[in-house]
Design a protein. Sequence first.
Length: 114
Amino acid sequence: MGVNVVTSQMDPEQAKSAMQTLLTNFLEQQQWALAMPVAHWLAANGDDMACALRPQLHNYLDEYESALEALSVVPVVLRHCLVVRRAEASALYALGYHQLAREVLLRCPPEELL
């Protein structure tokens, strides 16, 4: 169900408040890719904070995309290192690929995760 379908069934102020709460939750969890459409919706509905936040969200997403590109050229031998896997998982998570991030971490031997 899309954002507009859900929010169209609410009072405008109630919808804005719910979306602000959702945005706050995504930001606290550093889920930049999920925060972006919520920030766009809020900005389109007159939220000044969301308008100011959108460029920073774009910067975060660009940084994580660049990090994934850099990690893609790391030699295979080093990609098995826990530090590299954690960096890859962190970037994937921030870009909205939560399941893939989880799988990257689960490929680590359990003793390395401790």
